[in-house]
Each structure stands twice: as structure tokens, then as C-alpha cells.
Design a protein around this ligand. Structure first.
Ligand SMILES: Nc1ncnc2c1ncn2[C@@H]1O[C@H](COP(=O)(O)OP(=O)(O)OP(=O)(O)O)[C@@H](O)[C@H]1O
Length: 321
């Protein structure tokens, strides 16, 4: 049985001018110990989706329709106090800017201890310290650095400590939103490998959000490609990364892979400009129609249909059979 089930989830933002849909009828499920990457360019709705799962949308954002079931619980119907307990304890998050979120005047170890003791008031201080030491071992920070202040840590260490914090309550699911984007490439790779190893070792489910399909493919079992608020292709990593079908996925990959033929670039074209989902989402047509080198009359006149490429690989495109 799936740990997380997202059904027909539509999320919108109210602005002074309009109500704009930022994620449109999103469906997916995730089992314990599995990982899914949500990939797409800036503004396509990835963060909105992650925030909705945590019920942390900004005040003008709301779930318009759909259902989120987590471990049998209807997350959208959960009273706030219970949702508060689910957050961190069952579903933890790692954000791009998280490493800057440490309180600068409090030692990092104390901040992690506080999180552990808030969620488990019965734990003794000594037990909690032991837990932090184990977490530091896991994320490979020497335990004599636990009680340093944030300014004494490098960027990579701060982000590793955020991972330790996310793991502190033994979550079943981690949502990681661009967790390494602010770091240099070498540190980025080390942290991604760490996330992958911990996820496997602890059998945690992972939702990994990134604009970089290469990063997602390196970490996740499954990939969902998002364009203007819609998932347009979804499948196992090898299927989407090695045999991409949707013209947008191919464009995304062609901007990623430039050498030695893991993927033959069939749709060489300029990368899509930043998207403004609001304009396209109200129409039922494919949001990529104006950029697609293969768009046909059918694409301009009918909504795209989901097609099954394999039992685990599907694409929202009228062209793909
Ligand atoms: N608080 C808000 N009010 C109104 N519109 C918003 C708000 N937050 C996001 N949006 C809009 O919703 C859409 C999706 O934004 P979102 O941040 O989820 O995209 P994203 O794919 O995560 O982009 P990025 O990678 O840049 O964070 C965008 O068009 C964005 O402008």
C-alpha cells in the first residue's frame, strides 16, 4: 500500500487580479522507501505542490480540489493540531534556503535538541544528545562540532545539519526542495549521495524537487516532469531519463546532456522561457503547444490525453502513442 496518495490535486493562488491555478489535477503515489523527483523549470509549480503536501501554502494559496492521503490519513481534513504533529515527526522537509534558517545566536546542537524534545517531551536531555550524536555520525559531521554556532559551519555543513534536523524525528517521508542548489558542485554531489544513502538505509519515502533533471535522475527511483502546473510525463528513472517521450522532457534533457550519446538529442531548440502557468492553465490545451516543434492540429484543438508507454511510464501528449 502507498504511504502517500495524491489524487487530482489542484492548487490555486488568489491575487488581486485573479485566481491562478499553480498545480492542476496532479496524481501520484509513493511507497515507503521509494523516491520520486519532481522536475521542471522555475515557476512550474513544484514548490507549491510540496508546500500543499505539508499544508504550508502561503495565506493566499489554497487547495481547490483533490485529496492527499498519508498513511491512511486524509491530510487535508486533519485538524491543525494533528497536522502540526504530522509535520516534522512524520513528514520532514529540507529546503534550499534552510541552511540560512538556523538561528544565528543559538548553537546548532541546541536547535536540534529543541526540535527533538518538542516532539518527544518525555525524552531526557542525555538521550536527546545521544540521538544528535548518532545523526551527526550519519551526516558525517564530527560530533565535537555539534555545539558550534551557525557561523562556524560551512554552507555544506549547515545543509548537512539541516538533514540531521529533518531526520531527528525519524520521519516516514522527507520533502526536499532544491536541497543543494545553493552549494558548489562537489559539496552538492556529496550531499545528494548522503540523502540517497540515508533514504535507502532508513527506508524513508522521498519527494525530491529540482529544476535539474540530471540531479533528480541521480537520486530518485521515479521522475515526474512538470510543466505549467501539470505533470506531463511520469515514470521510472530509466524510462524518463533514457527514453523521454514528451517534447518538453526532451527539451529539458537536451539542455542537460550535451555529450556522448546517452540520449540522442532529437529536439534541439532553445530552452522554454520562464512559464506563467496562469495564462495556459485556464485553457484545456497542452501548455507546451506554442513551443512544441511537433505540435499538430490535434494539439491546437483538443486537450492532450494520457498515454501509457509502458505500465510504469505515461505521458500527457496527443502526439505520443
Ligand atoms: N504567494 C503566491 N501568490 C501568487 N502566486 C504565487 C505565489 N507563490 C507562487 N505563485 C505562482 O505560482 C506558480 C508556481 O510557483 P512555484 O514557486 O510553485 O514554482 P516552482 O516550480 O517551485 O518555481 P521555483 O523553482 O522558481 O521555486 C508561479 O507562477 C508563481 O508565480
Amino acid at each position: 500500500m502507498a504511504l502517500l496518495e495524491v489524487e487530482n490535486l489542484t492548487i490555486a493562488y488568489k491575487t488581486r487580479r485573479e485566481t491562478a491555478i499553480a498545480a492542476d489535477r496532479v496524481n501520484f503515489s509513493l511507497k515507503r522507501g521509494r523516491s520520486v523527483g519532481i522536475v521542471g523549470e522555475s515557476g512550474c509549480g513544484k514548490t507549491t505542490l510540496g508546500m500543499a503536501l505539508l499544508r504550508l501554502l502561503p495565506s493566499n494559496g489554497f487547495v481547490k480540489s483533490g485529496r492527499i492521503t498519508f498513511d491512511g490519513m486524509d491530510l487535508l481534513g486533519l485538524p491543525d493540531a494533528r497536522m502540526q504533529r504530522v509535520r516534522w515527526k512524520r513528514i520532514a522537509m529540507i529546503f534550499q534556503a534552510a541552511m540560512n534558517a538556523w538561528n544565528p545566536v543559538q548553537r546548532i546542537g541546541d536547535q536540534i535538541l529543541e526540535a527533538i524534545r518538542t516532539h518527544d517531551p518525555k525524552i531526557t536531555k542525555a538521550e536527546a544528545v545521544k540521538q544528535v550524536e548518532q545523526l551527526y555520525e550519519l551526516v558525517e559531521i564530527p560530533s565535537d562540532r555539534i555545539f558550534d554556532f551557525p557561523h562556524q559551519y560551512s554552507g555544506g555543513m549547515k545543509q548537512r545539519a539541516i538533514i540531521a534536523m529533518a531526520l531527528a524525528c525519524n520521519p516516514d517521508l522527507i520533502i526536499a526542495d532544491e536541497p543543494t542548489t545553493a552549494l558548489d558542485v562537489i559539496v552538492q554531489d556529496q550531499i545528494l549521495q548522503k540523502i540517497k544513502a540515508i533514504q535507502k538505509e532508513k527506508n524513508i519515502a522521498l519527494i525530491f524537487i529540482s529544476h535539474d533533471i540530471g540531479v533528480v535522475a541521480g537520486v530518485c527511483h521515479e521522475i515526474m516532469v512538470m510543466y505549467r502546473g501539470k505533470i506531463v510525463e511520469a515514470g521510472r528513472r530509466e524510462e524518463v531519463f533514457e527514453v523521454p517521450v514528451h517534447p518538453y522532457t526532451r527539451a529539458l534533457l537536451s539542455s542537460y546532456l550535451t555529450i556522448d550519446g546517452v540520449f540522442e538529442i532529437r529536439d534541439k531548440q532553445a530552452p522554454a522561457p520562464p512559464c506563467t502557468p496562469a495564462e495556459a492553465l485556464s485553457k484545456e490545451l497542452c501548455g507546451y503547444v506554442h513551443l512544441c516543434p511537433h505540435a499538430s492540429e490535434a494539439c491546437r484543438s483538443r486537450p492532450p490525453q494520457w498515454r501509457e508507454i509502458t505500465p510504469t511510464h505515461k505521458v500527457l501528449c496527443s502526439l505520443c502513442r
